[in-house]
Design a protein around this ligand. Sequence first.
Ligand code: FE2
Length: 299
Amino acid sequence: MAPSTLSGPADVVRTYDDASWADDGPTRGVETVVESGHVLAFPRLAFTLSDAERRFLDPRWADPKAKNVSVRWPSGELRGAAGDAGDLDALRALVVRFAEQSEALALRLFPHYRGHLRRGNTSFRPTDVTTRIRSWRQDDTRLHVDAFPSNPMRGTRLLRVFSNVNPNGEPRRWRVGEPFEAHARRYLDTIGRPLPGAAWLLAALHVTKRRRSEYDHWMLQLHDRAKGDLEFQRTSPQAHVDFAPGTTWVCYSDQVLHAAMGGQHMLEQTFMIDTADLAEPARAPLAVLERLTGRSLLA
Ligand SMILES: [Fe+2]
């Protein structure tokens, strides 16, 4: 059984031999591994495209105005794609199949989450990661934890399943960084409390979809401090990881310091789960930040 403490970036990735998405795969019950900040990598777990589907491995299917091609749930609606109706139906079927296989995998790996895991967006990214950079805050080639200004999570976790479907042998190149608690301690003394009334105002103006908690304030500050700190980007503990085509990997992207350095053609499924429904809630960013600040951050 894999030990479940994270000692440093070189130790972040745990590799498993599974070659099946379905219930017959060997790995199960690894909640504490992923919850302690590891990336679970499956180099033999390819997401298979039919010959006819390979035509979608081309940026021309992505609407240039959209960030990704995606399927939203629960509606199952396809967004961000350009093409005629027949092609879009086939593209949607591909993305939906990835959502279903990812969900089966997640529920096998993490049976504790059964009944609690909620399916978020499924995205297909046929464009090169480095062509989408618009500002330092959106620059995902910088190490960061995921946090979104308009979408307060209020302690809900972001569990993500990624699969590299590149047809040209090109890896998805990541950097991974220091453990979450070390990262939070790095900026602890420089992050102040949110301004009184700010969360109410952002919600009233519909800048945020719901009221931003102090937890969200912290997560956004950590995201922005890390991306804005070039010294941190250059000198903090980190490791380079290549995910070859045919590899699937799973992590909590609100906990694992990560940066996408290169690659093209990937599928990604987001799941959400409340901190209270984890196997070990005390390891979650919410619990770590509440311990460090000494107060409740969901008020
Ligand atoms: Fe990210």
